[in-house]
Design a protein around this ligand. Structure first.
Ligand code: NAP
Length: 253
């Protein structure tokens, strides 16, 4: 008998999966039987992730896909659907955070880049994959951030884009429930990846951050995967438009 988290035969596309949370998600979905398509701007780095997945007994492939580029997303989705017939699971995970500083000094090119990747990239990728999912049903998982609820210090634009991802999740979820497409959103707390290195590798900053995290530690990327696996699988068949924080209690304080 298969268990409700089983993903055997499912085709999963994950953006920004060459490292960090995206790579951990790829490993987790592959571990439950999904065929994972590991993408980021760097195909070689994604191929290393796929090699490790295959060594662990999973299946998948690596593709380059820059989610700031509309044509790259179009050709990637077209190629996957042509070869695999469908996409069952989409994880929008790749994000940009190029500026750290006072909100009123935000360079407009940093504003544009953050919006382009974090809002337009998620939006367009979802709409492209949705065209295929409308025929088959599917699960879309957006990776936003706790900063979409409580803005991060000196991370104004980034926080604004993550709030937009929360709103986007609800908009797609409501409109597409009738197509059996479920759309849910993860809010990671502070997680040890390259993205958060400037915080996690700085003892002074960590001393300021810890009083705000009841569990008194940063997460490991693997700790973000359980919630994603739940939404990717039939275990959450009646769940859509859900926004869940996995943050050691940060949003409680
Ligand atoms: N770490 C945290 O504390 C934390 C907290 C809250 C939310 N998050 C969210 O979690 C997600 C993953 O972050 P992470 O911490 O795992 O970061 P990470 O370790 O820096 O990984 C980011 C991934 O995104 C890819 N990427 C970056 N820009 C891209 C683009 N334009 N197109 C395609 N791929 C791109 C990178 O690969 P390439 O360089 O190979 O393209 C990499 O695979 C993001 O949405 C982030 O906002 C993280």
């Amino acid at each position: 008998m298969t268990h409700p988290f089983d993903l055997t035969g499912k085709i999963a596309l994950i953006t920004g999966a060459s490292k960090g949370i995206g790579a951990a998600i790829a490993h987790s979905l592959a571990g439950q039987g999904a065929y994972v398509i590991v993408t980021s701007r760097k195909a070689e780095a994604c191929a290393d992730v796929v090699d490790a997945i295959v060594k662990a007994g999973g299946q998948g492939e690596a593709l380059a896909c820059h989610i700031g580029e509309l044509s790259a997303m179009e050709s990637t989705v077209k190629d996957i659907v042509a070869r695999h017939g469908r996409i069952d699971i989409l994880v929008n995970n790749a994000a940009a955070n190029p500026y750290f500083g006072p909100i009123d000094q935000t360079p407009m090119d940093a504003f544009d880049k953050t919006v382009e990747v974090n809002i337009r990239g998620y939006f367009y990728m979802t709409n492209l994959v949705g065209q295929s999912m409308k025929k088959t049903g599917g699960s879309i998982i957006n990776i936003a951030s706790i900063n979409g609820v409580i803005p991060g210090d000196f991370q104004g634009v980034y926080s604004i884009t993550k709030s937009a991802v929360i709103a986007m999740t609800k908009a797609h979820a409501k409109e597409w429930a009738r197509h059996n497409i479920r759309v849910n959103c993860l809010l990671p707390g502070l997680t040890r990846t390259k993205f958060a290195k400037a915080i996690t590798d700085n003892p002074e900053i960590m001393k300021q951050v810890m009083p705000h995290i009841p569990m008194k530690r940063a997460a490991e990327p693997e700790e973000m995967t359980g919630q994603v696996l739940y939404w990717a699988s039939d275990a959450s068949a009646y769940t859509t438009g859900c926004i869940a924080n996995v943050d050691g209690g940060y949003l409680l304080v």
